[in-house]
Design a protein around this ligand. Structure first.
Ligand code: ADP
Ligand code: MG
Length: 966
């Protein structure tokens, strides 16, 4: 891209001057308005302290923003859009109105300054232009502080450098450029920059007074038809305060800053002075960044307007004067302005042709001049008409000078040596500039890097802090959640435990119920079996008894038979006394044996008696148990009686209560009647008195009667109200009675349950006792049986012995008799004896059979015994378990009963309290708590306070308290 200046014109810098009004502090300090505006057609003149200054325009304090814009800045818009560079900067001391002029209040149509107006105008112009033009508008915003360029659109760029483009036009390298397409976007960018500026500094006022802010609008346009490209740069600069350091009394860093500002401002002043002096060989642009940036605006290709802002106060006179001097000097500076145009190949060609023509023409002229020169040198005199026409050449010269590169090279000096020196110097200067730029660039990069790193560090720190916070928050959350979790777990555990307990309880209960029912069944079964066993045992016992009786009878028979036989034998033997006497010994033996047998029999008898006694004792135990049961039943009856008594008492109490109520009512009625009568009597008395005093006065009587009537009516209404209340209370009483009845019924039910449980317990204990008794009986029966067996065995043994003895005796006798006498007697005797023996043997056999039967029976019984014992033990255990269960149930019932009792008592108490409270307002004589409450209803003997339903509870409570006290 190459720029060329086709149209170029010299144009001096426009300087306008603006005075602001006296501000409050100046007015307070009594400063005078020292500026005079001599009346003139152009408003371009002011005089201060007798000194007159001339500017392109002078704005009085009352000049509006619009006027300032229209007359000082508006023309620049069309210039910029036509491809020229433009600059507007405000110069003046702090608070002289620079920012007011440049910026004003953005968005306020009246107070907005040059920048927003220009922006709006640029866009309005563009909107009104041809359609085949395409615009690219970009803006930059930066400030220069302490000779460092800070990008206001990117805070990380704190030290930007100034470079030169290929046309040697300085520009801020690396400054953020924002493409914008509407005024709003531009204002947004300005706002962004301003806010960034505010963020970076602590005291904005001080900072803005010490820094220069530069807003750059770059407008590029392209004609889409002929590809003609134009570009214009517009610098809008709000300079730092131009005041001298001494005035502000700055110190330390503040002083440094001030020096720096002043350095750049004095550099600006120097540049202006140099330019004003017309000594364009060396302009100290490079003294500060500000002057480098403004290089093109001050001594180059730009239409520049300086707005000098001044205070009219006497206090600021010297500053105002110096500002005006600056403006005066600047006014003399001339710029060479041309359009920044980018040419197409076609145009370049045309231009080339033109230049070629020019060169040919100039060449011809040079030849002519050379010829003339040689003629002059050779001493000839060339006549004026022969001389070359120099005007022709002059007309061409400026054009050629602008074709040359910029900055304009000073005219070629005559002395070649100095020209060479100059060129060397220029070269050196350029290289130095280059180096300076490079260094600047480096510094900028480094500082950018530092800034970036700082930012990164900040970000990292923030991130760390954020992470830490997050972590802490998370930790807290986690802890909380864990705690919650724990709590929840515990709760769940508890719930589970409770559930388990419930389940276990339920299981236990169901099991208990099952086991209880099963046990009950078993017990009843067992009872039945036991009973059957008992009956069988008793039957057996009876059988045994019968048997033993039978045996005894038989034995007795046997013995009597034996005795009889023996007697017969004796009689038979007695036939021969000798023999009998001989047999006395044997008879004695026999007698002995009989006594032994008798003894045995008596023994047996005693044992039988024992058994019978035991039977008796068992029976008596049974009777005892029955008696106990009866006792329990009696106590139960007593309890029932007690309950019924209590109930009767309750009923009687209720009755008495009702009676009391009735009585009370009657009494109240009587009281009312009496009261009424009393009132009537009083009235009558009064009437009589009145009648006595003035019988003729019928009016009074009438009044009295009316009064009486009123009183009566009042009484009647009161009575009715009281009756209503009484009825309501009666109803309440009835309700309460009903609830009481319900409660008593419930209690009765509970009592019944309790009784039932008691009965069950009694049953169970009775059963237990029975079982124990049966066990005892069995034990006794067993012992008895053993005894019986023993005795029977012994008796059998003795019988056996007896038989043996008897047989031996008989054999001995028979031998003797056979030995002593032979004959027929022998045969008959032995026959009888044989018969008896066989009889005896038969008996014996029967006895042995019976014995065997008994032994077998005994063995059977013994076999059954362990089984029965086992069963008995199990039954005992079950009975024990049942007993404990029963006990528990009893305890539970007891507890329930107590609770119920407590509940009943509580309800009774509550009912009583309620009754009391209900009856409260009826008979209560209240004291007025608050004057003018409006809730008191006067009447009768005492004021009756009836709190309105919607009345506040406080009042009610107060009244209740009062009643309680009374
Ligand atoms: P500077 O930028 O030169 O330090 P400011 O532009 O901030 O000064 O102006 C200082 C104060 O004076 C501001 O409050 C501004 O509103 C006020 N001011 C400046 N010029 C004018 C003016 N022409 N008319 C009214 N008030 C003004
Ligand atoms: Mg300012």
């Amino acid at each position: 891209m190459a720029a060329d200046r086709e149209i170029a014109a010299e144009d001096s810098i426009r300087v306008v001057c603006r005075f602001r009004p006296l501000n409050d502090s100046e007015e307070k300090a009594g400063s005078k308005f020292i500026v005079k505006f001599p009346s003139g057609p152009d408003d371009n003149c002011i005089s201060i302290g007798g000194k007159v200054y001339l500017f392109d325009k002078v704005f009085k304090p009352n000049a509006t923003q619009e006027k300032v814009y229209n007359e000082a800045a508006k023309s620049i818009v069309s210039d910029v859009l036509a491809g020229y560079n433009g600059t507007i900067f405000a110069y003046g001391q702090t608070s002289s109105g620079k920012t007011h002029t440049m910026e004003g209040v953005i968005g306020d149509p009246g107070k907005q300054g040059i920048i927003p107006r220009i922006v709006n105008d640029i866009f309005n112009h563009i909107y009104a232009m041809e359609e085949n033009l395409e615009f690219h508008i970009k803006v930059s915003y930066f400030e220069i502080y302490m000779d460092k360029i800070r990008d206001l659109l990117d805070v990380s760029k704190v030290n930007l450098s100034v470079h030169e483009d290929k046309n040697r036009v300085p520009f801020v390298k690396g400054a953020t450029e924002r493409f914008v397409s509407s005024p709003e976007e531009v204002f947004e960018v300005i706002e962004e920059g301003k806010s960034n500026r505010h963020i970076a500094v602590t005291n904005m006022n001080e900072h803005s007074s010490r820094s220069h802010s530069v807003f750059l609008i770059n407008v590029k346009q392209e004609n889409l038809e002929n590809q003609k490209k134009l570009s214009g740069k517009l610098y809008l600069v709000d300079l730092a305060g131009s005041e001298k350091v001494s005035k502000t009394g700055a110190e330390g860093t503040v002083l440094d800053e001030a020096k720096n500002i002043n350095k750049s401002l004095s550099a600006l002043g120097n540049v202006i002075s140099a330019l004003a002096d017309g000594n364009k060989s060396h302009i100290p642009y490079s003294d500060s960044k500000l002057t480098r940036i403004l290089q093109e605006s001050l001594g180059g290709n730009a239409r520049t307007t300086i707005v000098t802002c001044c205070s009219p106060a006497s206090f600021n006179e010297s500053e105002t004067k110096s500002t005006l001097d600056f403006g005066k000097r600047a006014k003399t500076v001339k710029n060479v302005v041309c359009v920044n145009e980018e040419l197409t190949a076609e145009e370049w060609k045309r231009r080339y042709e033109r230049e070629k023509e020019k060169v040919a023409r100039l060449k011809g002229k040079v030849e002519k001049l050379e010829a003339e020169l040689s003629r002059w040198r050779s001493g000839e005199t060339v006549r004026p008409e022969e001389q070359v026409n120099l005007q022709e050449i002059d007309a061409v010269t400026p054009v050629t000078s602008f074709i040359e590169e910029k900055p304009p090279v000073p005219p070629v000096p005559v002395a070649v040596s100095s020209a060479v020196e100059d060129a060397a110097m220029q070269g050196k200067l350029e290289t130095l500039y280059q180096q300076l730029d490079d260094k600047d660039e480096e510094i900028n990069q480094q500082s950018q890097l530092v800034e970036k790193l700082k930012e990164q560090m900040m970000e990292q720190e923030e991130l760390i802090a954020c992470t830490r916070r997050d972590y802490e928050a998370l930790q807290g959350d986690m802890n909380r959640i864990q705690q919650e979790n724990e709590a929840a777990k515990e709760e769940v555990k508890e719930v589970l435990q409770a559930l388990e307990e419930l389940a276990v309880n339920y299981d236990q209960k169901s099991q208990e119920v099952d086991s209880k029912s099963r046990e009950c069944d078993q017990l009843s079964e067992e009872l039945q079996t036991k009973q059957s066993a008992l009956t069988s045992a008793t039957a057996e016992l009876q059988q045994l008894r019968d048997l033993s009786a039978h045996q005894r009878k038989r034995i007795a028979e046997l013995l009597t038979n034996l005795l009889r036989d023996l007697a017969e034998i004796g009689a038979a033997v007695g036939g021969s006394e000798l023999d009998f006497k001989l047999n006395v010994d044997t008879v004695g033996k026999l007698e002995e044996e009989f006594t032994v047998a008798r003894l045995h029999i008596s023994k047996m008898k005693s044992e039988v008696k024992n058994i019978v006694q035991r039977c008796h004792s068992l029976e008596s135990a049974n009777i005892d148990a029955n008696q106990k049961i009866e006792e329990y039943e009696r106590s139960l009856g007593e309890c029932r009686l007690l309950i019924s008594q209590h109930e009767a008492r309750c009923a009687s109490l209720a009755e008495s209560m009702r009676e009391a109520e009735n009585k009370k009512r009657q009494l109240e009625e009587a009281a009312d009647a009496l009261r009424e009568e009393c009132a009537r009597l009083q009235a009558a008395e009064r009437v009589q008195l009145a009648a006595a005093e003035q019988r003729a006065d019928s009016q009074v009587r009438g009044a009295l009667e009316a009064q009486l009537e009123q009183l009566r009516a009042a009484h009647a209404t009161q009575l009715a109200a009281l009756r209503d209340e009484l009825a309501a209370l009666q109803r309440q009483h009835q309700e309460l009675k009903d609830t009481y009845q319900e409660l008593t019924l419930a209690r009765q039910q509970l009592q019944d349950d309790y009784e039932k449980l008691k009965r069950e317990e009694a049953d169970k204990s009775a059963k237990l006792k029975e079982l124990i008794q049966s066990v005892e009986r069995r034990e006794q029966a067993r012992a008895d049986l053993k005894g019986l067996e023993d005795t029977v065995a012994k008796e059998l043994q003795t019988l056996h012995n007896l038989r043996k003895l008897f047989v031996q005796d008989l054999q001995a006798r028979i031998k003797k008799s056979t030995n002593s006498e032979e004959g027929a007697e022998e045969e008959g005797g032995s026959l009888a004896q044989k018969q008896k023996i066989s009889f005896l043997e038969n008996n014996l056999e029967q006895l042995t059979k019976v014995h065997k039967q008994l032994v077998r029976d005994n063995a059977d019984l013994r076999c059954e015994l362990p089984k029965l014992e086992k069963r008995l033990r199990a039954t005992m255990e079950r009975v024990k378990a049942l007993e404990t269960a029963l006990k528990e149930a009893k305890e539970g019932a007891m507890r329930d009963r107590k609770r119920y009792q407590f509940e009943v008592d509580r309800i009774k108490e509550a009912v009583r309290a309620k009754n009391l409270a209900r009856r409260g307002p009826q008979a209560q004589i209240a004291k007025p708590i608050r004057a003018g409450g409006g809730h008191m209803v006067g009447g009768g003997a005492g004021g009756v306070v009836r709190p309105a339903p919607a009345q506040d509870i406080k009042r009610k409570s107060i009244i209740v308290g009062a009643r309680d006290e009374s």
